[in-house]
Design a protein around this ligand. Sequence first.
Ligand SMILES: [Zn+2]
Length: 384
Amino acid sequence: MKRIFVIVAALSLLFSYSSDAQEHCGKCKKSGALNLTDEQYMALADSIHKVAISFDTHVDTPTYSLHPDGHYTVAKGQVSFELMRQGGQDGAFFAIYLDQGPWQNQKSLDSAYNWCVDELLSWKNYVEGSHSQEAGIAYSTDDVYRLKKEGKRIVVLCIENGYPVRTLEDLDEFAKIGVKYITLSHNTPNQICDGSRYINSYYWYPSTGHGLSPFGEEVVERMQQLGIMVDVSHISSESLVDVLKIVKAPVLASHSGCKALKPSQTRNLTDDEIRAIAAVDGVIQVGTGRFFLSDDLPYYKVGVAILANHIDHIKNLVGYRHVGLGTDFDGGGGVIGLDNSSQMKNLTVELLKRGWTAEELKAFWGGNLLRVWKACEDYASRFK
Ligand SMILES: [Zn+2]
């Protein structure tokens, strides 16, 4: 009976919350604007997750699920369709990750491409074969709404590292398979652009001009024509500037943090970079890797509040329409209180306590990402 009362109270708060919180958030943004008990906050979070479409835009789970014997050594099992269901999480972008190899070597490129296609098809088979009752692949934003209605987990295919892209025709093939974003590089430079980690090191590849290579420019252009979103996480600052100069539709940073809060992390985004991504109506999905979040705390003490500081920083800088979550689960992500997909509502509770409204949270969890995805779809439809 008590539980029913809490849920009814939470639902009524949900529908009156937007105006209520707006009155409060100026004064009591930081601590429990609604003065609810922990149980009531969790019931409210639960209600929001039921009506929102919630996405995590970066998990490395295919590597774990397809190679449980420990491929690439990172294998924790932080994501499953059941854990997602428990956490009120509808969908995730499941990345096929590739190590960087020598891009001047055709044999290595061919083997990276073939391996990537094999992994994508195996993961598709995993979802659409033995797991089709509980999950489905979204090839379009329409599919997202359909799968949500069916109560299935939503799987989106993506590639972390553009290393397997040998030619523009390879992009056509990836689009046909259903890939919805490609992270242009992974830390080190490749044939598309420079990565973020080795700025000022001997790894710079002179012909890229430290940003996008001429081939990289063609790749970005073709990706957008095919409706494959451009993921700017992991790329160098110079590459980001080059990308934003030529894109015709919004981009996403699938898993990135804020340099203002963790300056020592070269992969985090500066305030100027965050503004520049917002200026093309893009979205920054904050990652949960502990090494990206705090210079003040030892990594084992980093929890949900520190993660929420990065989210709030972006909201304060460019508005809630440009921020979301990309955990990097099964690839190094996870903080205290948000260490697998079943714990997503803990973050919602933290943000509610900071004065986030239901509408803002719906945008954070999926509305912003779907806006970017739809804009990319609309742009690509001109080239069909
Ligand atoms: Zn990554």
